[in-house]
Write a protein that binds this ligand. Structure first.
Ligand code: PLP
Length: 350
């Protein structure tokens, strides 16, 4: 059975583990373990009638809600069926610029979107184990994620702002930025009015635990947004997600609860991993941790599935990482402890 190219493939994991997919403890998808805010279930129930009609093809309310949250006019916002969907149009825009530098190891969908338009891609491997990072200017377009998936590396706003003066188009995938509290955030959103060559991608599926509902958005200069809308299929965001999006962003209580949860549980999990012989976790700004392992990751993944019904993300699909690493999401204490106990029992030798 081929290895999945994304996290969260319970069906695959259940087959390897020989158990019900629902019984799998999933550390491979980087989703908020608090789940969606409690009110979302009622909201969806009360608004089921929206599925009978076409959504507003211009998504006026949704764009107003997202724009208001970021202090931008609706014309600066275009929503999509998750960030992955929108990456397609960002790939097209980047491919049309000329040579595109892709910061790697890169989320698989960055590759997909660029290849879909035969982009001339040059890769730049992020030296995530170093403190000093200098990204050379190669080509016209640049695509990177911040915080970076899968390493958890956080570029500073100052580092990235310097790039905006020299590149024709800079696309920053901030799909995990909302896991950082406003004091820690290095988002470039506030720079948008100054730079028409800046595009920011956001996801609402991870932070708000709505990976199956799907919702993401692009923020960029209105001319670009208009172009993306023209390229896009109509009604790509379903009516329920469209009605929900603006309200999600207003739930400050849920956001604060998530930031508090992550600060505590990240530290617990990081420290626990660092104590296991044969493992070396890398500091991460996001809700996941990249770990170097002396036992090849696919073998460790198999053992954790068969012996403990735990799914971790191996990094075989990232050529720069190969068999020597895995990635785990930060979850609640009990789950994190289960993972640490399982890893210890597998006796990974240093
Ligand atoms: C860096 C990055 N961007 C985008 C996505 C896709 O997010 P969405 O669920 O909104 O499509 C992911 C999903 O893992 C990701 O890691």
């Amino acid at each position: 059975m081929p290895q999945p190219r994304h996290g969260g493939d319970r069906l695959w994991a259940g087959r390897i583990a020989g158990c019900d997919p629902e019984a799998i403890l999933d550390f491979s998808a980087n989703l908020n373990p608090l789940g969606a805010p409690a009110w979302v279930k009622d909201f969806l129930g009360q608004n089921l009638h929206l599925t009978a009609d076409y959504p507003d093809p211009n998504y006026r309310e949704l764009r107003r809600g997202i724009g208001a949250f970021h202090h931008l006019e609706p014309a600066w916002v275009w929503p999509g069926n998750g960030a992955a969907h929108l990456l397609t149009w960002l790939g097209r825009d980047l491919a049309s610029q000329g040579v595109v530098t892709l910061v790697t190891p890169a989320f698989g969908d960055h590759w997909r979107a660029l290849r879909a338009f035969d982009a001339d891609v040059k890769t730049w491997v992020l030296p995530w184990e170093q403190n000093e990072i200098h990204l050379p200017k190669v080509g016209q377009g640049l695509l990177l994620s911040n915080p970076h998936n899968p390493t958890g590396y956080l570029f500073t706003k100052t580092q990235l702002q310097a790039l905006l003066d020299t590149w024709n188009l800079v696309v920053i995938d901030e799909s995990f930025m909302d896991f950082l509290s406003p004091e820690r955030s290095q988002s470039l959103i506030s720079l948008l009015p100054q730079y028409d060559n800046l595009v920011i991608l956001r996801s609402l599926t991870k932070f708000y635990g709505l990976a199956g509902l799907r919702l993401g958005y692009v923020l960029a200069h209105p001319d670009r947004i208009q172009q993306y809308q023209q390229w896009d299929a109509p009604w790509s965001v379903n009516g329920l997600a469209a009605a929900l999006g603006g309200q999600l962003l207003q739930d400050r209580e849920f956001q604060e609860r998530t930031w508090e949860w992550l600060a505590l549980h990240y530290t617990q999990l990081f420290q626990g991993l660092a104590l296991i012989p044969g493992l070396e976790p890398y500091p991460s700004a996001a809700n996941f941790i990249l770990v170097k392992t002396t036992l090849p990751a696919p073998e460790l993944q198999r053992r954790l599935l068969v012996n403990h019904q735990i799914l971790i993300r191996d990094t075989v699909s990232y050529p720069e990482l190969g068999w020597g690493y895995f990635r785990v999401a930060v979850r609640q204490t009990q789950d994190n402890q289960k993972l640490l106990t399982a890893l210890r029992s597998e006796r990974i030798t240093p």
